[in-house]
Design a protein around this ligand. Sequence first.
Ligand SMILES: *Cc1c(COP(=O)(O)O)cnc(C)c1O
Length: 361
Amino acid sequence: MAGFTLKTYPCVYIAKYDGQNWEGESIFNPHKSPEEEAQLSEKDSELLFNKRNNFLDLPLINYTTQYGLGCFEGLKAFPQKDGSFKIFRPDENAKRFKNSMEGLKMPGCPEELFLDGLKDFMVKNIELGFFPKYDENWEKDKYLSGHSIYVRPFSYSEAAIGLGLSKKPWVIMVATEVGAYFSSTSSKAVTTNKIRATKNGTGWIKCNANYVIPTLAKKEAEAEGYMEAIFLDHESQKYVEEGSSCNIFFRLKDNTLVTPALGETILPGITRKSIIQLAKDEGIKVEERKISIKEAMNEAKEVFVSGTAAGLTHIGSITHNGKTAKFGDEKIGELSLHLLEQLKGIQYGAIEDKHNWMFKL
Ligand SMILES: *Cc1c(COP(=O)(O)O)cnc(C)c1O
């Protein structure tokens, strides 16, 4: 089982702003027991999941489906050894989601509603038996093979045609089980000359529209045998900004950990923020600043990208203008692996959660 799939859990949260108030509830989509669902033929299983993904009385024509006016989040809950579940930094997602909605000039989902709704629909899925069971085998590889619940909250506009702003959006949350997100066999990255984000644009918002260009760039890179596309700044095409939908880090030969500073064109990743904290906790010098592709290729000894889906994925080499720089032996570096294990350890409850990042369900 890899990343996010369409095999969503039956319970979904849906909230609506009516112009004055937000009101939300958890609803149940067609389902059988988890055991029965596991026994279904491939065809019946597909029918069931299709039904589950075609359920709400949501308008077909609206600002989101027509003009990309929508935003989303991604967060995870982790099974703990004692049978409970903990969510990783949902308060941060709640805050960012509100900022994203307001950035798109629609009423922002209140953080409290986000957190209450999240808790409610997740507990309901768990009560139905839909959750990954804690497996002691995960301890053997420090949870790199661990499963978790991926939650995807997103906004959806009211019916509309013609350009306009959403005044009465929905907020919907769905969940699905995700397994270890093994990166493809390749860990090679290549720079793209496509532009993800510009000054005075929407680069800092986690919005649907921002995913168009990175998807094109990533698929282009994959077609050439690379795993990831790296975006450079739009003005000079000299400085590194992000991966295709993740933040990027460089461990330099002098052991400093460098990541591009946040700004209008860089998405404030929660994994990014957490990795910076974990590195600082270990006494590692962390710099949030501009880093040129030249410096990155000459001075880095470990490179990785970060995001909720993968946690931390190492980059073995970067190709830019026909030149390739390899990092270490192209395997995950020592510090990268250590930080990933720290993060996973905290998420699965094996390492002390010093910063109170984990919210109990
Ligand atoms: C979501 C996202 C990230 C990673 O954010 P996390 O909160 O760590 O998941 C990084 N870059 C972009 C462009 C993103 O959309």
